[in-house]
Write a protein that binds this ligand. Sequence first.
Ligand code: C2E
Ligand code: MG
Ligand code: MG
Ligand code: MG
Length: 289
Amino acid sequence: RAKSQGGQRYLFYADELSGRASRRYMLELGLRHAISRGQIYLEFQPVFDLASEKLIGTEALVRWRNPEFGLIRPDEFIPLADETGMIIPLGEWVLREACLQTQRWHAAGYSHLNIAINFSAIQFRQEKLAEKVLPIILETGIAPDRIEVEITETVAMQDAESAIQTLKSLKNSGVRVAIDDFGTGYSSLSYLRKFPIDILKIDKSFVRDIETDPDDASIVRVINALGHALRLEMQAEGVENLEQLKFLQNEGCQRAQGYLFSMPRSAEAMTEMLAQYPSQFGFRQFGTT
Ligand code: C2E
Ligand code: MG
Ligand code: MG
Ligand code: MG
């Protein structure tokens, strides 16, 4: 009896494994045609300045809607795109589309808006990255200093010396640079000082329990103080409630994004938010009074 149960469990497991393998394989095949079939699109999440309470920009977040698999999260398909090389055309598409949309917002009168664009590990490691990125930016007509290129702390530290060179050449093109998910990787502080970066984004895992976990609160305080000491602009991600917002404002963190303000939204929904926002009073609309 035990044996037959074991056998069943084994079968079940094998089935799961092949299910997982075939999902991966199907996604890999699907990803090759995802752009040309119009399945890739962007959402935008607003970023706020915590002192002025103004909407200062958005982060572009890529989405893939596949007829067979539904909506696939970037956490699943970006690693796949990195492994298969599809990230190169995908990353170019994201960059162009994010710049074009932001250029439209600029033309509509929101000329102050920044656009943050995530670069994956493989994308960032491309030979002569700046020479590939700059023509796309120029083609879209957007001012390069409105663009914030985001790489994660892990990607930055993988080969820190070459990352410094790449970041320098990107900055020579006029774009600004942010380190994403800060606190989740292993940063050497001496490298952090050498990186020509502008913005440090505190990972949302530290922000989540800021009010209940004294250790997380301390970590956020220390990261924030470190960033200030290095004259970086500090940005918190994953701000979901008012307590977290107040904590960050008290610490002098300059910027924030999160579900408290808005989930990532379509370009159309973002345009609506832009139209509403200046007529409203600061964060009061989110319940802060
Ligand atoms: P990220 O760049 O750190 O983006 C932040 C993630 O947190 C996004 O997930 C966003 O939807 C989510 N988020 C925003 N506010 C909150 C909040 O208040 N609470 C919580 N729990 N989550 C929040 P998303 O869109 O699923 O993206 C996941 C990751 O995929 C991104 O992390 C980024 O590393 C990557 N990614 C997304 N778009 C792109 C892209 O165009 N290119 C590349 N290379 N990577 C991308
Ligand atoms: Mg990001
Ligand atoms: Mg992040
Ligand atoms: Mg992330």
